[in-house]
Design a protein around this ligand. Structure first.
Ligand code: HXC
Length: 290
């Protein structure tokens, strides 16, 4: 146990698993998780797969799960072999939201002065691309978590909602902001004010998800997309991600200015030279992430 705590220095307070439990698998670094499963996937094992695995609570996002998710993201971010990440849940639920039982007795004072929600946005800080593969419920914090990812793929039975209004509260991790940017004011307002769910197909039509797949094909397709991304330069991919994300933070003029600088910056890389040379020489580019 002590050794595991050393391996997970940022996960103090984590409930460590009983050794030998079949449902819990070792992470590449040797760490074990209770609420998530991590694996490397893809032909070249260059896709980091994180599966939320708290099925009895429909993957409700309790503190322990969030801590483990952050640790897994950090591990994949540091792992040079991993070039993209897929985040998924189970067939019934991607995540049914923040853990209501954990939140039930919170007060304004301990929310405001404590660390509540302070560990939720690690997903947004990761430079490697993250694809959310959403089957089943993505509600409240679950929908917000998916929206923090870079791409959302949905299984055909997925349902998205921000039902916090029904609990006497409102979204707290970007639901009112990211949803509105993704689907526009009218649908976002309707979802936030009624708590109504939208289907995978409606989410696709509204621009919240980019593709819908049969339930059993979803994760495979997300890994396939991640592998496609992994074939490109890791460095240039991170730059492209930064530039797209800037569209959410800046005016058009500021965003275009940043994009131009980042575009120029690609000319300082070997991978930009290799990409264009490969085109001219009619061969496939061999990116070295430099
Ligand atoms: C804690 C949850 C939970 C949640 C489900 N469970 N959602 N526990 N927090 N968010 C638990 C239930 O208590 C139950 O455990 C078990 O999961 C199965 O759930 P059921 O309700 O029995 O399943 P079902 O009838 O199929 O209904 C599924 C459901 C419903 C429609 C998803 O569970 C539901 O409405 N859940 C709450 C969704 C929600 O309001 N999410 C927003 C949370 S607020 P037990 O042991 O009791 O049987 C939020 C704020 C984010 O996310 C803002 C800051 C991050």
């Amino acid at each position: 146990m002590a050794a595991l705590r050393v391996l997970l220095p940022r996960a103090r307070g984590l409930v460590l698993p009983r050794l030998g439990c079949a449902a819990r698998r070792p992470f590449a670094s040797g760490a074990h998780f209770e609420y998530i499963i991590t694996e490397k996937k893809g032909k070249d094992s260059n896709v980091g797969l994180i599966q939320l695995n708290r099925p009895k609570a429909l993957n409700a996002l309790c503190d322990g799960l969030l801590m483990e998710l952050n640790q897994a993201l950090e591990n994949f971010e540091k792992d040079p072999a991993v070039k993209a990440i897929v985040l998924t849940g189970g067939e019934k639920a991607f995540a049914a939201g923040a853990d209501i039982k954990e939140m039930q007795n919170r007060t304004f004072q301990n929310c405001y002065t404590g660390q509540f929600l302070s560990n939720w946005d690690k997903v947004c800080q990761v430079k490697k691309p993250i694809i959310a593969a959403v089957n089943g419920f993505a509600l409240g914090g679950g929908c917000e978590l998916a929206m923090m990812c870079d791409i959302i793929y949905a299984g055909e039975k997925a349902q998205f909602a921000q039902p916090e209004i029904l609990l006497g509260t409102i979204p707290g991790m970007g639901g009112t902001q990211r949803l509105t940017r993704a689907v526009g004011k009218s649908l976002a307002m309707e979802m936030v004010l009624t708590g109504d769910r939208i289907s995978a197909q409606e989410a696709k039509e509204a621009g919240l998800v980019s593709k819908v797949f049969p339930v059993e094909k979803l994760v495979e397709e997300a890994i396939h997309c991640a592998e496609k991304i992994a074939r490109n330069s890791k460095f240039i991919t991170a730059v492209a991600k930064e530039s797209v994300n800037a569209a959410f933070e800046m005016t058009l003029a500021e965003g275009n200015k940043l994009e131009k600088k980042l575009f120029y910056l690609t000319f300082a890389t070997e991978d930009r030279r290799e990409g264009m040379t490969a085109f001219v020489e009619k061969r496939k580019a061999n990116f070295k992430d430099q």
